[in-house]
Design a protein around this ligand. Structure first.
Ligand code: GLN
Length: 291
């Protein structure tokens, strides 16, 4: 590359290059990475097509494109990911928030609005960068009785979640290192809503994951032989921490909803229901602790 490269030249060079190496969104990836190097909004690139890049900018951009080519997710290269219209810091210690997880947030909002109009204590299990509980906290920031606790078994993930609390100024949310409920005690911790997007990839799928997903922490993906390990463990233990009338809401993988509904039913949850994502997959499963 020479110093005569302009924004437009680079977009036209890098997008087909990334496509050739397997990116399914090469133009978007290229624009996001170039905007990062030029420290501008993605759409501002369109006003700067003729801008030549200086040698440092060119070198930085080339380095990012090479890393992207190696399959590193764009979110890790940018250090951020948008979720629920909020910007979350992310790194290799946390799963990159997915748009379909917004359906879990929607279900949580609906449950709280219908049952706890002043808010309630909410637990998020396997919180990662904290996107789910922080999105709920943001939505309910005016409710006096809303409080959030995000737990995760990996301290490096919680370090990311803590940064997001500060960035988003949502200090009502607290964090605790805990392997599922291990560090919680029913006498001290009770909730009206428990949410979780647990690891749900099956062992068989784990060995053939796309290169990009392999960059994400396997602890955040691996759901055991049939992908349902965490649903079983959480559903049975959650009863000790859910108040009567409390709800349990899971995100589930494609084709898992029926099995997860059965797990909830076998532990006595009622009003079991599901919500679909935009691709018409049953993505969210709800159960009520009526006991
Ligand atoms: N709660 C985070 C998310 O949904 C992380 C989930 C996980 O690590 N399995 O994006």
């Amino acid at each position: 590359m020479t110093s005569t490269w302009t924004v437009l030249n680079l977009l036209n060079w890098a997008a087909p290059y990334l496509e050739k190496y397997g990116s399914t969104s090469p133009r978007l990836d290229t624009e996001l990475l170039l905007a990062k190097v030029l420290d501008c909004q993605r759409l501002e690139l369109y006003l700067r097509f003729d801008k030549p890049l200086d040698p440092t900018e060119l070198a930085d951009f080339k380095e990012l494109i090479l890393k992207r080519r190696q399959g590193i997710p764009v979110a890790y290269l940018l250090g951020t990911k948008e979720f629920w219209s909020l910007e979350f810091e992310v790194n290799e210690e946390v799963l990159v928030p997915r748009p379909e997880t917004e359906h879990l947030v929607e279900a949580g909002i609906e449950f709280i609005e219908n049952n706890f109009p002043k808010g309630c204590p909410v637990l998020d299990i396997g919180t990662g960068c904290g996107n789910i509980i922080l999105a709920l906290a943001h939505h309910f920031s005016n409710l006096t009785d809303f409080s959030g606790l995000g737990i995760d078994c990996r301290p490096p993930a919680l370090a990311v979640a803590r940064k997001n609390t500060l960035n988003l100024k949502l200090e009502t949310v607290k964090w605790l290192t805990s392997d599922l409920f291990e560090a919680l005690e029913p006498a001290n911790h009770s909730f009206d809503l428990i949410v979780s997007n647990p690891p749900y990839i099956t062992s068989q799928e784990m060995v053939s994951l796309p290169q990009e997903v392999l960059r994400e922490p396997s602890a955040a993906l691996d759901g055991g032989p049939d992908g349902l390990n965490f649903y079983r463990r959480i559903t049975s233990a959650a009863k000790n921490f859910l108040n009567p009338g409390g709800g349990l809401i899971f995100e589930v993988g494609d084709g898992q909803a029926d099995e997860v509904k059965k797990i909830l039913a076998s532990h006595g949850y009622s009003a079991i229901s599901t919500k679909y994502d935009l691709a018409r997959h049953e993505r969210v499963v709800f159960g009520l602790n009526s006991a």
